[in-house]
Design a protein around this ligand. Structure first.
Ligand SMILES: [Cu+2]
Length: 148
């Protein structure tokens, strides 16, 4: 990924060996950009880590929550427009604990001060924490904020 785009698509699927994925894991759009999730297979959601979704806040402060609800028909889509620069983590409700978690980067935020990029929530299972650490590394790489 070289630069953010105005719109982006994320494929949502269950592979033949049963693994559930958001593809790509990290999506990068401009401020006011729109992400469209497209269900390819399986039954999944795309749900923000937001207090209003009964989750820790892994999105920028003051932003609206989103939740696709269950997508279960191939070709079904859900879209969300991101008005605030920052890093947003989201998950699939039935498969979060299988590590089905993804990220949206909006604009070119300073990596510091992004709740999403903090250490993962301590009350989450190890699989979820590991996935968030992995996503944070990918996000930091996109933002040119590698390890010191
Ligand atoms: Cu899923």
């Amino acid at each position: 990924m070289d630069e953010p785009t105005a719109t982006a698509e994320v494929a949502v699927n269950t592979t033949d060996n049963g693994e559930a994925h958001f593809n790509p894991h990290v999506t990068w759009v401009e401020t006011d950009g729109t992400v469209t999730w497209v269900l390819e297979s399986g039954s999944h959601t795309a749900t923000a880590y937001h207090p209003e979704n009964n989750q820790p806040q892994l999105v920028p402060a003051g932003t609206e929550p989103w939740d696709s609800g269950m997508l279960s028909e191939a070709g079904e889509t859900f879209e969300h427009t991101f008005e605030t620069e920052g890093v947003y983590h989201y998950y699939c409700a039935p498969h979060e604990t299988g590590g089905m978690i993804g990220s949206v980067i909006v604009g070119e935020p300073d990596a510091h001060g992004q709740p999403a990029l903090d250490d993962p929530p301590e009350d989450k299972p190890a699989v979820v924490r590991e996935k968030i650490v992995e996503l944070n590394e990918m996000c930091n790489e996109v933002l040119g904020h590698g390890h010191d």
